[in-house]
Ligand binder design. Structure first.
Ligand SMILES: [Zn+2]
Ligand SMILES: [Zn+2]
Length: 425
């Protein structure tokens, strides 16, 4: 391919991804901007002189490519789905970035770690995770961020905030201490091989799940509060972030509750769960009608109830999640929400991006490089202490087939290039 043709091909590929993603997003009544096109009149007058790859404003977000203004927030959906895994939607996970440089993850549900990787943000900046509750669709990929992040540049402990439960065994501290124990083989097997700093025990802040508008985080001009939620058992919470005159609310799973109605009021952007409709739960998830009614309307928030809650709190942008957002499900969800709410609305899908300022909320889709590699670490790596390697037993060590002759040239080349004297084991 000539380079010009290659460029056109890449442009067309991107266009298809963005167009499809834009339709999936199905945002409605929001303040986002429409697709911007090249000056059509100029193009028509000079068809042969206008390159189709000429730089222009495009209506997608390329990861890690735009600085935020000092007063701007950016929210990216890293998971909008459900406990049942699917390629199109990971489970609940939201990255909030602030103009002061802070980044926060709210939930880290199953499958979301790869979406987080797609952001191409150095892992040192992804060290703060807030858990709404301990269902796997809200914290099932914490192990992936913990280990994979430590391996790829997080040079400090992972900080995690989460609620207590009605008993100590149902609290965040218990869950994470046992997750850390469950990873004993994984951690021991890495000892002495890589930078150890990211593998330290989670830095856990467990707070009272019954706290109402209680401050659980206050650093660098950012205040995060929690309010209780009503979901499955005592314990779940929602979060309210206030910074620089902007208010962001992340609702974890809940039956609609009075704390959200009171404390989420006036949010610039409010995320709230919105469950799949009861008929679709029966038809597509094979729930019994009894279970569909109980789970879809009592344990979670039905679309009509989502709309009613948004009509109460009146956010500048309402974001619905926790449903499989497809061509044959989103219209019924939208219709039911619209029976009780007519304000700005995003029916979220993974990789949807919101830029929020006091004057504007822009909604776009992110383009994704499937073949992403970790970004450079933001700090110098620390050499491992090889003396803490845990040796194989003699029986296992003696099972090595001798490959030293074919591996030695790699040692020679690397030792020469980097001025080292590393030896094979
Ligand atoms: Zn849940
Ligand atoms: Zn959930």
């Amino acid at each position: 391919m000539t380079s010009a043709i290659k460029k056109i091909f890449i442009f067309m590929s991107l266009s298809i991804v963005v167009t499809v993603a834009y339709q999936w997003g199905n945002t409605d009544g929001q303040a986002g901007r429409g697709l911007q096109v090249i000056d059509a009149a100029v193009a028509a007058d000079n068809p042969s002189q206008i390159s189709p790859v000429k730089a222009r404003a495009r209506d997608f977000y390329a990861p890690n490519s735009e600085d935020l203004a000092p007063d701007e927030m950016r929210l990216i959906a890293c998971g909008t789905g459900m406990p049942t895994a699917r390629p199109k939607q990971a489970a609940s996970c939201w990255l909030l970035e602030l103009g002061n440089g802070d980044k926060f993850l709210f939930d880290i549900g199953t499958g979301s770690a790869e979406r987080i990787a797609a952001m191409q943000i150095p892992y040192n900046f992804l060290d703060k995770v807030f858990l709404s509750h301990l269902h796997t669709d809200h914290f099932g990929d914490l192990d992936a961020l913990f280990i994979g992040g430590a391996l790829s540049g997080r040079q400090k402990p992972l900080r995690v905030w989460g609620p207590t439960g009605a008993t100590p065994e149902r609290g965040t501290k218990y869950a994470l201490e046992h997750l850390f124990k469950a990873l004993t083989w994984d951690r021991d097997g890495r000892a002495g091989l890589t930078d150890p700093r990211g593998y330290q025990m989670f830095d856990i802040t467990e707070f009272d799940y019954k706290g109402v508008n209680q401050v659980i985080y206050q650093e660098n001009g950012v205040t995060i509060r929690s309010i209780p939620a009503i979901h499955s058992l005592d314990g779940p919470v929602s979060f309210i972030v206030e910074w620089n005159g902007l208010k962001f609310v992340f609702g974890g799973d809940t039956y609609p509750n009075k704390w959200f109605a009171k404390y989420a009021t006036g949010a610039d952007l409010a995320i709230h769960e919105c469950f799949i409709t009861v008929p679709d739960m029966i038809d597509k998830f094979q729930f019994t009608p009894q279970s569909a009614l109980a789970v879809g309307t009592q344990i979670h928030t039905a679309p009509e109830a989502f709309g009613k809650m948004m009509s109460i709190i009146k956010p500048r942008m309402a974001v619905a999640y926790h449903f499989f957002n497809d061509f044959d499900t989103s219209s019924s969800i939208n219709d039911r929400i619209r029976s009780t709410y007519d304000g700005p609305l995003s029916l979220s899908i993974d990789y949807m991006v919101w830029n929020i300022t006091k004057d504007d909320i822009r909604v776009r889709m992110m383009i994704v490089d499937d073949a992403v590699w970790p970004p450079p670490a933001s700090g110098k790596p620390q050499l491992p202490d090889t003396s803490i390697r845990i040796p194989y037993s003699d029986m296992i060590a003696n099972g090595r087939y001798d490959m030293s002759d074919v591996i030695q040239p790699t040692y020679d080349a690397i030792n020469k290039e980097y001025g080292l004297n590393e030896q094979q084991e």
